[in-house]
Design a protein around this ligand. Structure first.
Ligand code: FE
Length: 273
C-alpha cells in the first residue's frame, strides 16, 4: 500500500479579479506533481470572496478541470463557446494552442465550493485544437459500496468509467466515507497520486485532517480509514510526463521560448486564432 510521502496545507491567495482561494498545488511548498500543475480550492459563503470572478484571460498548453461541489459559474470564451457549471458538475477544458475565456459566478449569494485542477498536456499535444467537455452532474456516475460512495469524474473504479477524457493516463474520484470505514482502491504503479481532504479526516500511517493534501508514494494501492466524523476527499492520480515544464502565468509549455511565443501571440491577438 502507498504510504504518505508528504502532507501539504494550502495557502490563502487571491486570483482572477479578486477571488479568495486556497492554492494547494502550484505554491512554494508544492510547485507541481507531474502531470498536475495546480490545484485550487475555492470555498466560501461570503460573496465578497468570489463575486469578482475570473474575467477574460488566456491559457495555452494544458487542461483545466473545474469541479463544482456547490455553486454556479458561467464560462464563455472568445470562440463563442459558453456553458454553465452547477452543483456537482465538471468543466473539462483543453486549452491546447490557446483559449481566452472568462469564468464568472452566476450566483450572488450562498455557498460556492469547488476545485480547479490543471493537468499538463504532453509535448506533442500542447498545440492541439482547444476543446470543452461540459459534464453535467447527472453524467458523473456514482459507485456505492459498503460505508461510502465515489463519484467517478475520470478513470475506472469498481467497473464504472467516468466521463472525463484525459489525453494521458489519469483518474479523478470524489469519495465520501462514513466514520471509521476502511477504503482501498488500486492506482497504477508509477503514477503520481494525491488525496485532498475537504471534510473530516483520514488515517494512513497517521491521521490527516481536512484542508490538507497528501502526496502518496508511487507504488501500491491507496489504503486508508476514515476518521471519527467520516471523510470526504478527492483522489487524483496520473501518469507522469517526465518532460521539461516552463511556466509563465497562464501558459505552460516545455521551454521559455515557447512561453514567450504564447505571450507574443496573445499580445498580437492570435493566441486563439
Ligand atoms: Fe481560466
Amino acid at each position: 500500500m502507498r504510504s504518505i510521502q508528504k502532507v501539504i496545507q494550502g495557502v490563502q491567495t487571491m486570483d482572477g479579479a479578486g477571488v479568495n482561494l486556497t492554492r494547494v498545488i502550484g505554491s512554494m511548498e508544492l510547485n507541481m506533481l507531474d502531470p498536475f500543475l495546480l490545484l485550487d480550492e475555492f470555498g466560501s459563503d461570503n460573496p465578497k470572496d468570489y463575486i469578482a470572478g475570473f474575467p477574460p484571460h488566456p491559457h495555452r498548453g494544458f487542461e483545466t478541470i473545474t469541479y463544482m461541489l456547490n455553486g454556479k459559474f458561467h464560462h464563455k470564451d472568445s470562440a463563442g463557446n459558453e456553458g454553465y457549471l452547477t452543483d456537482g458538475s465538471v468543466q473539462w477544458m483543453t486549452a491546447g494552442r490557446g483559449v481566452i475565456h472568462s469564468e464568472m459566478p452566476e450566483q450572488t449569494k450562498g455557498l460556492v465550493h469547488g476545485f480547479q485542477l490543471w493537468l499538463n498536456l504532453p509535448k506533442e499535444k500542447k498545440m492541439i485544437e482547444p476543446a470543452y467537455n461540459d459534464i453535467s452532474a447527472e453524467r458523473i456516475p456514482t459507485v456505492d459500496f459498503e460505508g461510502g460512495s465515489a463519484r467517478i469524474i475520470s478513470g475506472k473504479f469498481l467497473g464504472i468509467t467516468g466521463p472525463g477524457k484525459p489525453h494521458t493516463g489519469m483518474l479523478y474520484y470524489d469519495v465520501v466515507l462514513d466514520l471509521s470505514i476502511h477504503f482501498t482502491m488500486p492506482i497504477d504503479n508509477g503514477w503520481n497520486a494525491f488525496i485532498y481532504i475537504y471534510e473530516g479526516s483520514v488515517q494512513l500511517d497517521r491521521e490527516v485532517n481536512r484542508g490538507h493534501l497528501i502526496v502518496l508514494d508511487q507504488e501500491g494501492e491507496l489504503d486508508l480509514t476514515a476518521g471519527k466524523e467520516g471523510a470526504k476527499f478527492i483522489v487524483v492520480a496520473g501518469e507522469p510526463l517526465n518532460e521539461p515544464v516552463a511556466r509563465g502565468g497562464p501558459f505552460v509549455m516545455n521551454s521559455k521560448g515557447e512561453v514567450l511565443k504564447a505571450f507574443e501571440d496573445y499580445q498580437n491577438g492570435i493566441l486563439d486564432k
